[in-house]
Design a protein around this ligand. Structure first.
Ligand SMILES: [Zn+2]
Length: 205
């Protein structure tokens, strides 16, 4: 089973990815994680680092090379969930050219204002990566690790990311709609309800 999660930054792709991952026993490939890991590894690659921090996109080719290399690993053989990729029509075309056929694209639809509020309140566990919503939370429920605000979760960066999303990523809604793969879910509700809607769709796939 191969799925794509589509939606603005902060729409809840990460949370839904975890739920789907557990339910279907497949892995999520998150382009943000791959790129952040890459930034750590290649601290001497100033172009990549700069692009990540000001909310811009790194080149389609660069991202897709990392993604395709990752997908060749045996742990993705059973299927996977793509979170944050493809992020442009060009990336979607590259996936196709690499022979990747997905079963469904879940578009998690959330208004910009909600996304902004969520991201500003978001905290991430420094140890296990669990994501929390609530700026007053300090410790991770699951592992006791310290919760941190991500360096790129600021109002300015969020607005830039949303602008980039509307310009570059939103065209994918029509792109996958025309292929009959798009399933829209209203993401402006509890994450458990969003997950239920996604599972409903699966019964009909
Ligand atoms: Zn944790």
């Amino acid at each position: 089973m191969k799925l794509i999660l589509l939606g603005a930054p902060g729409a809840g792709k990460g949370s839904q990815g975890r739920i789907l991952e557990e339910h279907y026993n497949i892995l999520t490939l998150c382009s943000g994680d791959i790129l952040r890991n890459r930034v750590k590894k290649e601290a001497d690659d100033p172009d990549l680092k700069e692009n990540m921090n000001d909310g811009q996109l790194v080149s389609d080719e660069y991202v897709m090379n990392l993604v395709m290399a990752e997908l060749k690993k045996p742990e993705y053989e059973k299927g996977y969930i793509l979170d944050g990729v493809p992020r442009t029509v060009e990336q979607a075309d590259m996936l196709e050219r690499n022979g990747i056929k997905v079963d469904a694209v879940f578009y998690i639809d959330v208004p910009d204002e909600v996304v902004k509020r969520r991201i500003l309140n978001r905290r991430v566990c420094g140890s296990c990566g669990a994501i929390y919503c609530g700026k007053d939370l300090l410790k991770c429920d699951q592992c006791g690790g310290n919760l941190e605000k991500r360096a790129d979760d600021t109002a300015e960066v969020i607005q830039e990311r949303l602008d980039v999303y509307h310009e570059k990523t939103e065209p994918l809604i029509d792109y996958y709609s025309e292929k009959g793969l798009l399933k829209r879910v209203d993401g402006n509700q509890e994450k458990e309800k969003v997950a239920e809607l996604m599972f409903d769709f699966f019964g009909r796939l």
